[in-house]
Write a protein that binds this ligand. Sequence first.
Ligand code: GUN
Length: 316
Amino acid sequence: MTESANGAGGDAPGDDDPDATTIIDGESVAADVRADVAAHVETLADAGVTPGLATVLMSDDPASETYVSMKQRDCEEVGIESVHVEIDADAPADELYETIDDLNDRDDVHGILVQLPVPDHVDKRSVLRRIAPEKDVDGFHPENVGRLVAGDARFKPCTPHGVQKLLAAYDVETEGADAVVVGRSDIVGKPMANLLIQKSPVGNATTTVCHSRTEDLEGKLAAADIVIAAAGMSEFVDGSMLKPGATVIDVGINRVEAETEKGYELVGDVDYESATEVAGAITPVPGGVGPMTRAMLLHNTVKAAGIQSDVAIDLD
Ligand code: GUN
């Protein structure tokens, strides 16, 4: 890895060849997060508390089904109890609201995640507002969004928080860096930008949020020390658009048709091959941000259990 403009360098994991592009290993950093979570689960167990996460799926989308079952498996691995509720995708919205109310009332459920997207006949905003803010481990309730923006986050949304952990693990200097976030979603783009501008570790970046109406996206990317690609468009950032040495975080997980057993393959928002030639450090897809998103959900669930049971759990 070259000593890049944004300072990616030092003793980061996998930093053997000083001239090679660093491949940011999300699986390895996520394993560290899970180990930390498991230790906190033990602390809670000593206090007689078993953390519980409820996942709610109201969708026939196979990708959503896969994500939710992976989240349940992750819980099992670290000693978090998981409760799963499935609701027919064409059921009335009230069924989802009533499910959330029941889960809000349960003492054994500390975190609630309603897998998004919900069907069109269900108002996403009403769903997110219905979840008790202290159980909102996604960090999507307006109270938690407000706290994040105010610099007093309770639950940081899992994907941007996971990205912060990756940047920290690989010693990527964000202070004073020019960061470009491509995508303005509530789940990734907006909270990511909010975290990067904060006066805090892995913050203090000069941050630009680009989206479908941005003029001169190319110019903005060319000047970026850190690129966070989160637009949900297959391989739309390529190496020719990047500043040499930039750190590239690919949040995209796009299913594209391919002659594989499943009939598709997963690709990111970044054209990995060409970007790897130019970047100082880059996340692969899969194996980069995805495992971190899942690990940070466990982190938030244990944090929620600590808050609700008054057990001191030292987690950001
Ligand atoms: N759908 C895609 N990403 C997410 C996420 O982080 N949380 C929830 N609840 N749904 C999602």
